[in-house]
Design a protein around this ligand. Structure first.
Ligand code: NDP
Length: 339
């Protein structure tokens, strides 16, 4: 059983050497009486929140990783042996699993069954479009942003797992949408494949405030913030009266030891801006409605989804680390399905 093991707690940006590939012999069985089932992991998800589990801090909404143990994260897996009647060989599930070829699951977390009739979408989409990031975009946009037709919407990390969907939801809601991302290739995708009205590469902009003024001469109604830091600071200056900022994440701060200061918070008062952080897990009662909506929009061709697939556990650490330099184009997954 090949696995990717977490070596020890880190500061700053994650590196490939913070993880190690190991091979261990295991019996490919769920032993009688163990109350567990054995899965073959087919796809693993790389998500920015996993960086938070690499520090020795127990006060978060999710506990830290255990050094010496495999990295844990969302996966799509197939049951290959089972000691419990609820799970049968061949069942497909998405759940929290280990970064390894096979995992013995005794207490499934975040488990969802994948039904046979849904298989005309790629299985890996259960980690993106139909999984946690897709649901984050849906709950964040429709529930937190209070969108109205004609709103001016700005999305950061717009070519990523969450951002690409926020932009498409906003467009189909009748909003004007501008995205920002860190490369020319991503800007091209936003404009020509994902239907954003405009997009720009924030790495090539000398002054973010001036850039936002160019793209939003009348100001921003909704800022869907995936990055925090300087981008949030620049957006604050460009918000309209009664604007809304949904703080989904602050990926630019994950790797910094100290948070970067925000200077423009006073705009919140004069412009009566609502800033709301949220966790997708607060909205899980909406999951069935999300799945129904997004599945049908996808099948009708109203939305598209871009994935970045790395092959094999050998490349998993690099795929994860790449989230923090913007190497991924779209949702980053690791395929263990082989050639
Ligand atoms: P992405 O697929 O967007 O990957 C991360 C992207 O962030 C990179 O591709 C990169 O794109 C960008 N990035 C990395 N470092 C920086 C930086 N220093 N400054 C600006 N941009 C940077 O990730 P997700 O879509 O999965 O996640 C997006 C955000 O949503 C994250 O902050 C994540 O933590 C958050 N999140 C929150 C959830 C919630 O419940 N609140 C649930 C899921 C995700 P680029 O090339 O544009 O720089």
């Amino acid at each position: 059983n090949k696995k990717v093991v977490f070596k020890g707690y880190i500061e700053g940006a994650p590196k490939e050497t913070d993880m190690e590939l190991r091979i261990e012999n295991i019996e490919l069985k769920a032993p009688k009486g163990c109350g567990a089932f054995l899965v073959k992991n087919l796809y693993l998800s790389c998500d920015p929140y996993m960086r938070g589990r690499m520090r020795d801090f127990h006060g978060s909404y999710i506990p830290p990783y255990v050094p010496g143990q495999p990295i844990q994260g969302f996966g799509v897996s197939k049951v290959v042996d089972s000691d419990i009647p609820e799970f049968k060989v061949g069942d497909l599930v998405s759940l929290i699993t280990g970064w390894e070829e096979y995992s013995l699951i005794s207490q499934p977390q975040q488990l969802r069954r994948i039904q046979q009739h849904e298989h005309d979408v790629p299985l890996s989409y259960y980690l993106g479009l139909l999984g946690m990031p897709g649901f984050t975009a849906y709950a964040g946009f429709y529930e937190v942003c209070s969108p109205k037709k004609g709103d001016y919407v700005f999305v950061s990390a717009a070519a990523g797992a969450v951002g690409q969907l926020v932009g498409q939801f906003a467009k189909s809601h009748g909003c004007y949408v501008v995205g920002t991302a860190g490369s020319a290739q991503k800007v091209d995708l936003l404009k020509n494949k994902l239907g954003f009205d405009e997009a720009f590469n924030y790495k090539e902009v000398a002054n973010l405030d001036a850039a936002l003024k160019r793209y939003f001469p009348e100001g921003i109604d909704i800022y869907f913030d995936n990055v925090g830091g300087e981008m949030l600071d620049a957006a604050l200056v460009n918000m309209r009266v009664h604007g809304r900022i949904a703080v989904c994440g602050m990926v630019s701060l994950h790797s910094l030891v100290d948070g970067r200061g925000i200077h423009n918070l006073y705009n919140v008062v004069g412009k009566r801006i609502r800033i709301q952080g949220f966790l997708q897990s607060d909205y899980l009662d909406l999951y069935p409605r999300f799945l129904e909506h997004v599945m049908s929009w996808y099948k009708e061709g109203k939305i598209v989804y871009i994935e970045d697939v790395s092959e094999g556990l050998e490349n998993a650490a690099a795929a994860f680390v790449g989230l923090f330099s913007g190497r991924n184009v779209g949702k980053q997954v690791v395929s263990l399905c082989g050639p």
